[in-house]
Write a protein that binds this ligand. Sequence first.
Ligand SMILES: NC(=O)c1ccc[n+]([C@@H]2O[C@H](COP(=O)([O-])OP(=O)(O)OC[C@H]3O[C@@H](n4cnc5c(N)ncnc54)[C@H](OP(=O)(O)O)[C@@H]3O)[C@@H](O)[C@H]2O)c1
Length: 261
Amino acid sequence: MDFQLTDKVAFISGGTHGIGRAIALSLAQEGCRVAVCSRTPERVAAMQEELKARDVDFLCLQADVTRQEDTARVMDAVIRRWGTVHILVNNVGGGGRWGQEVYEETEESVWMEVYEKNVLSAIRLTRMAIPFMRREKWGRVVTITSIYGRESGGRPWFCMAKSAQTSFMKAMAKSSSLAQDGITFNSVAPGAIMIAGTGWEKERKENASQTEDFIRRELPLGRFGTPEEVAAVVTFICSGAASLLNGASIPVDGGQSKSML
Ligand SMILES: NC(=O)c1ccc[n+]([C@@H]2O[C@H](COP(=O)([O-])OP(=O)(O)OC[C@H]3O[C@@H](n4cnc5c(N)ncnc54)[C@H](OP(=O)(O)O)[C@@H]3O)[C@@H](O)[C@H]2O)c1
């Protein structure tokens, strides 16, 4: 299948690690010019080396997308470099382990911070990207949500923020004006994905037998997912072949979730 991604300009927020990194590498492999950003200079530098070694046309920037001024600066850098943006992947998110197990012991600020990280960052980046996509008469916006953006589960502030992201993509997809300009909005909802140095790895080290129980009980494949398995689905959504896919929320979870929709 021809994915028609050669020379498309793709911006992946938080694309230096985990799922975002895998998406950036997959889109680069399909011929995209890729821009990524994240907060940690070491991660930005490591990704820069990785993309350089693959002979990709790229931009790696240090930025915190919860800060409006950083978001504007990175989008501006992408436009100055390539003059446009065709693909936006709103990957930055998280906060599933923030706060306390007990609802009333969790500060209100946690709700706000999780919402800002997942939802407001995606809203701002999407707003900035749309005028360029309209000019191109082609665009793909993909937001990385979670199975808990489609069904209840996890801590409430996380579930709420992820369902807000899902609803954001669905609401945008209903605009005839955007759809007829060739711009689609979809979300990809990962289940439990094992990423070195993040929550699940820590959990496995600290609570090995509980993690094994979780795998047996909740993961039909008997294993965690990989970032590359999520990236493969995102790459298809970004492709020219996915032109009729708009407003979808696609679980990529090996059968973990229970929702029928
Ligand atoms: N892993 C899972 O099991 C799982 C399951 C469901 C959904 N998800 C979702 O998938 C997405 C990616 O998660 P992941 O597990 O791949 O996370 P990860 O491995 O921790 O990577 C997160 C990436 O985002 C960057 N980042 C974090 N906060 C940022 C900010 N404020 N501004 C700019 N960059 C930022 C990080 O780099 P810096 O630290 O350098 O900023 C890193 O590059 C998230 O939306 C998450 O909610 C993950």
